[in-house]
Write a protein that binds this ligand. Structure first.
Ligand code: BMA
Length: 314
């Protein structure tokens, strides 16, 4: 009990996925992208780390999004360093967006190679075969997700480049998913003692609501003991997504449970995906816990927007 409003309730069966369940030897599973398939199945595209320290992506499917996971018997999407040298040290942290115009899912992921982490894009219809677009944002850049539809005729990608001034969230536009421009800063890391000072990044893909694009973002607090990864919320204009409408002052979710406080990287809650329930309001949040396992928490879009009205400013 902290006295603060609870916006996300953890699943009782947390962590819902961990290395022990994997059909082949893996070290850890975390930071999963999420989507709903046409038949209502929840698909998580999990980051799986092996004992070399390299990551690949592996799909897990569940009828109710909580249990009964059926995990691909081998890696679903592997790094391909021969054709994509930027993937030499693995691929990480997928964000999934279904794009109705294309009838395909866009997978935005971190490609890790000698130049540092960069943003790569792939399209898939079935999570079996993938059409790779390669690196679309040069290093150092990560935490990217495509918007589900064009804005003013252009595809839009939210991402997080690192600059001398800090790590802020940007948006870029493209007519064809290959050439990117129109770069605009969307959300700036705060300064000083704020929970989201100096380094922030997009967490799951933006969620389209009647009131705007809802962004859940992570703030990284650097402390003498290490980093704290927590979640905040902001709202952006539907037709001008670089235009900030409201930003919450406090974080709304952070490491509290034992599996979030203990693991390879302690005190990390790192969501890369959400699914929305049939009621159009229930938000299932899938997050990596302590870079070790995958957990889930449930909230309400309406409640988050209500909280933002009370705790948000421009
Ligand atoms: C970030 C990313 C995530 C990771 C987090 C905590 O920079 O690399 O993949 O979960 O750090 O270690």
């Amino acid at each position: 009990m902290t006295g603060y409003e609870v916006l996300f309730r953890r699943a009782e069966s947390n962590p819902i996925l961990s290395a022990a369940q994997w059909p082949y030897p893996v070290h850890s599973v975390f930071n999963a992208g999420a989507t709903l398939l046409p038949d209502g199945t929840t698909l998580l595209l999990c980051r799986v780390e092996d004992r070399r320290g390299h990551s690949h992506l592996c799909a897990a499917r569940s009828a109710d999004g909580v249990g009964g996971w059926i995990i691909d018997s081998e890696p679903t999407l592997r790094a391909d360093p021969e054709n994509h040298p930027e993937e030499l040290w693995g691929i990480e942290d997928a964000r999934l967006t279904f794009v109705p115009e294309l009838g395909k899912y866009a997978v935005a992921y971190t490609a890790f190679g000698k130049g540092g982490p960069g943003v790569s894009l792939a399209l898939t219809e079935d999570f079996v075969r993938f059409e790779r677009y390669g690196l679309v944002m040069q290093p150092d850049d990560k935490d990217a997700a495509l918007l589900p539809r064009r804005v003013d005729g252009m595809f839009a990608l939210v991402h997080r480049p690192i600059a001398d001034t800090g790590a802020h969230v940007w948006i870029s536009y493209s007519p064809d998913l290959r050439s990117w421009g129109g770069h605009r800063m969307m959300l700036q890391a705060r300064r000083g003692s704020w929970w989201d000072a100096n380094k922030i990044g997009l967490s799951p893909p933006l969620i389209e609501t009647e009131r705007g694009w809802l962004m859940l973002y992570h703030g990284v607090r650097h402390t003498a003991a290490g980093c704290l990864y927590r979640l905040g919320v902001a709202l952006f204009d539907l037709e001008h997504p670089e235009r900030l409408l409201l930003r919450g002052d406090e974080w709304i979710f952070g490491p509290e449970a034992p599996y979030e406080k203990h693991g390879d990287v302690a005190y990390v809650t790192f969501p890369c995906g959400t699914t929305v329930g049939r009621d159009g309001d229930t938000l299932n949040l899938y997050y990596g816990a302590a870079d070790t396992c995958i957990a889930m928490a449930t909230g309400s879009i309406r409640e988050i927007l209500g909280w933002l009205d009370r705790h948000g400013s421009e």
